[in-house]
Design a protein around this ligand. Structure first.
Ligand SMILES: Cc1cc2nc3c(=O)[nH]c(=O)nc-3n(C[C@H](O)[C@H](O)[C@H](O)COP(=O)(O)O)c2cc1C
Ligand code: SF4
Length: 544
């Protein structure tokens, strides 16, 4: 059946919190009441990015984006736009470009800094409709891969220079090669969709916008390494992503794109979902494997690494959602195409999540090498309420700490370490100058204390002591040697903790001790908080 218009409603976990489900329901009802049910079809879609506020509604073929939409706006959109053909100009978000006339099914809006590879289909397709995905080249890369040898696929990924987007930036092609070369009667591929880093929600939204691209990537990886079974490990806390995945896996099985002898090639691949209970440590790859095996999520000793000894002791390639989303376009367009995006040493794009005190919040995909200034001031629209920038935490609490003098640093895996920082998972938490640094650091440390699995003493006890000392400083009971103690604790934890969590936990503390030492000293020695957020006498800002 052909429809005169399609209306896409953003339906992600974020937008649902803002009322998207009610908007969708009201839209369908108003369309029926207006007698348009044979002419207008309502569909669900994924997120666009930081500049389009949630929840949004797009009307095709005119390409008109209404954002953010409230339940009361729905009647107007139906009566004015869908019935009378007059877009409701007052409801169109001012930042959103509008193409009037028959624009067709295409990308409606792209910021100048944006480059969408991972989010190529997000906001454009109905994630629960495999035909939408296929219409946008979905599963073409899998069909092509099955005509190549496994080594040819691995070579493509290796040549592209794709690095893992889960935080460590390990070359994705090498990981596939190690798994392919490892000996084992059975092999596995695993998708790490745990995503527990505070401020990071890219993987969840990538999955909710385009689950088929991850399924396709996993099938390609499985063919490349010789695996017959794969698992997507995802938090049970993300029901929207799980539903999107379950639907997509069901459809792919139905279409013969998963299961036995895919596309008649003789290659068979089963894909299953495993739900995690929401422990941050279960995002660490070896804890994740323990959790899939039904054990307590605690990290294993490495080496051996998962490509040699992974799930149930068998060779396993474990990759992050965003890493996987890059694989189909690389197979389809070739490694040179990918290398032309980003920087020579760090190709491709990066999906960032902008959170904190910026005007535009949300997902943004830009070429690697885009500067922090461009991300905060051009994409994010600058600091909210005209305040100054104090600090940016990159890659979540475990990543790096950057100050306003580092705004022109190109954001890439290999550039940030020169500034003692890290790209990590791509979370950018922007903090304005009204925030107290002791408060901020304590907040991060409390997270680590809560999430420490308790297996090793430096992390289990170290985090506890750090939080205690910072808490003392906040109530005006700091001791003269507290800063020495904090540094000693942090440095020892970095050296002696068993896994990445404990090793990275002191990062924000140690960096902030370097960059904001005076603020810590004022808290401890003068018992004053200049930002007025601590439970002690306020500083000069109050007196002014
Ligand atoms: C404490 C901790 C938590 C982690 N959480 C995640 C996570 O949620 N998602 C993820 O992809 N990687 C996470 N990682 C990194 C993984 O261990 C691993 O490096 C990654 O899944 C590899 O995939 P990639 O090579 O595609 O990046 C975490 C690491 C640590 C130490
Ligand atoms: S560093 Fe922390 S999270 Fe890692 S094993 Fe030790 S206690 Fe567990």
């Amino acid at each position: 059946m052909f429809y005169r218009a399609h209306v896409l409603v953003e339906m992600t976990s974020n937008s649902i919190l803002l009322g998207a489900a009610q908007i969708r329901e009201r839209l369908s009802r108003e369309i029926v009441l207006a007698g348009l049910s044979q002419e207008v079809k309502v569909l669900e879609t994924g997120p666009y990015g930081a500049k389009v506020p949630s929840p949004f509604v797009v009307v095709y073929p005119e390409n008109v984006i209404y954002a953010p939409v409230s339940i009361d706006d729905v009647k107007w959109i139906v009566e004015e736009h869908l019935l009378k053909g007059r877009p409701v100009t007052s409801l169109i978000h001012p930042e959103v470009r509008v193409d009037w006339g028959l624009a067709g099914f295409r990308q409606p809006f792209l910021l100048s800094k944006e480059k969408r590879v991972v989010l190529r289909n997000s906001g454009l397709i109905d994630p629960e409709n495999i035909d939408d995905s296929i219409a946008r080249d979905g599963y073409q890369a899998l069909a092509k891969a099955l005509t190549l040898s496994p080594q040819e696929i691995i070579d493509r990924i290796k040549k592209s220079g794709l690095q893992g987007r889960g935080g460590a930036g390990f070359p994705a092609g090498l990981k596939l090669e190690f798994t392919a070369q490892a000996t084992g009667d059975e092999k596995y591929v695993v998708c790490n969709a745990d995503e527990g880093e505070p401020g990071t929600f890219k993987d969840r939204l990538i999955l909710e916008g385009d689950p088929h691209s991850i399924i396709e990537a996993m099938a390609i990886s499985a063919y490349a390494v010789g695996a017959g079974e794969g698992f997507i490990y995802i938090r049970a806390e993300y029901p929207q992503s799980i539903t999107a995945l379950e639907t997509a896996i069901g459809q792919a099985n139905e279409y013969g794109l998963l299961g036995g002898s895919i596309l008649g090639s003789g290659f068979s691949f089963q894909l299953k979902i495993r739900k995690g209970a929401g422990a941050y440590i279960c995002g660490e790859e070896t804890s994740l494997l323990e959790s899939i095996e039904g054990k307590r999520g605690e990290p294993r000793i490495k080496p051996p690494y998962p490509p040699q000894k992974g799930l149930w002791g068998k060779p396993t390639a474990i990759n992050n959602v965003e890493t996987l989303a890059n694989i189909p376009p690389i197979v389809l367009n070739g490694p040179e195409w990918f290398k032309n995006i980003g920087t020579p040493t760090c190709p491709g794009t990066k999906v960032f999540t902008l959170t904190g005190n910026v005007n535009a919040l949300g997902l943004i995909e830009v070429p690697m090498g885009t500067t922090l200034r461009e991300l905060i001031y051009e994409v994010g629209g600058g600091i909210r309420n005209g305040k100054g920038l104090k600090v940016v935490q990159t890659g979540g609490p475990t990543g790096g700490t950057m100050t306003p003098d580092m705004l022109d640093v190109p954001m890439a895996f290999d550039t940030l370490p020169k500034y003692n920082s890290a790209l990590g998972s791509g979370a950018l938490t922007v903090i304005d100058d009204s925030h107290c640094i002791v408060d901020l650091v304590k907040n991060f440390c409390e997270f680590f204390l809560h999430e420490s699995c308790g297996k090793c003493t430096p992390c289990r006890i170290g985090n506890k002591r750090i939080v205690e000392i910072l808490g003392r400083a906040q109530i005006g009971k700091g001791k003269s040697n507290d800063l020495i103690q904090l540094r000693r604790l942090g440095e020892n934890m970095k050296k002696t903790s068993f896994c990445g969590l404990g090793q990275a936990a002191p990062n924000p503390l140690l960096k902030c001790l370097d960059y904001f030492r005076e603020e810590f000293e004022i808290h401890i020695n003068q018992r004053i908080c200049e930002c007025r957020t601590c439970s002690m006498k306020p500083g000069k800002k109050t007196l002014a």
